[in-house]
Write a new protein. Structure first.
Length: 231
């Protein structure tokens, strides 16, 4: 299997055809995470469905925050570890091979989480023959792994922490905005090839009015349509 290289801003990311190729637009997810971290308390960052590690590694490069990166694919974890070392970030990055449910200790907490789960509906994965199915198949509605990421973030974010989540389109945002535990959608940024969503963990301030987190939209490029445009 041929190992390939992709530039991801100033990072060099290695991967092969069994791992999803880094997409340049997803650097916006790293930069949004870095922006949120400017006002966050001290603490580690969690990345779920890390793949080759590019989004989390760029976040760490921009902020100097420690990162715990999780993926269920051992090969992806190998690439993520190697990419961290190549970037000079090995001392700040811990890559864990395991399921979302098993990779974290019950008491571990993070100030921010990043997730780029598979979000293509199963019926549409054949539209993207160049991509490994396991890296893009999100189940019937494309949200099986996204919901799992939200559940993990709900358990492991500190009060007031944030999740920056990638999904496919606005309809998927509306679907996840129903029943997300202590997390609430507070901002959506739409791009031609995907959508980024910020969900904040409730501070549980008794003086805060109910519904204080109001969903709003910031467009970061051409709005997506209702069709998944993973590639």
């Amino acid at each position: 299997m041929t190992t390939r290289e992709a530039g991801f801003e100033h990072l060099t990311i290695r991967y092969d055809d069994r791992v999803l190729q880094p997409r340049p637009w997803t650097a916006s997810q790293s930069r949004w995470a870095a922006q949120v971290l400017e006002s966050a308390p001290p603490g580690r960052v969690l990345e779920l469905c890390t793949g080759a590690g590019h989004i989390g590694l760029l976040t760490t490069a921009l902020t100097g925050r420690e990162l715990v990166a999780v993926d269920a694919c051992g090969l992806a974890c190998d690439f993520a570890r190697a990419n961290a070392e190549t970037a000079g970030l090995g001392d700040l990055v811990e890559v864990r091979h395991g399921t979302l449910e098993s990779a974290l200790g019950e008491d571990e907490r993070f100030v921010l989480a990043i997730a780029d789960p598979p979000w293509v509906p199963t019926a549409s994965v054949t539209d993207f023959p160049q991509d490994p199915v396991s890296a893009i198949d999100g189940g019937r509605d494309g949200l099986d792994l996204a919901r799992a990421c939200i559940e993990v973030a709900d358990r492991h974010l500190v009060p007031g922490g944030s999740l920056i989540l990638q999904v496919g389109n606005r309809r998927q945002v509306e679907a996840i905005d129903r029943g997300v535990g202590a997390l609430a959608v507070v901002e959506v940024r739409e791009f031609p090839r995907g959508v980024l969503v910020r969900l904040d963990h409730a501070l549980r301030d008794e003086n805060s009015p109910a519904g204080a987190c109001e969903s709003r939209r910031t467009t970061g490029g051409s709005p997506t349509s209702g069709t998944d445009r993973r590639r």
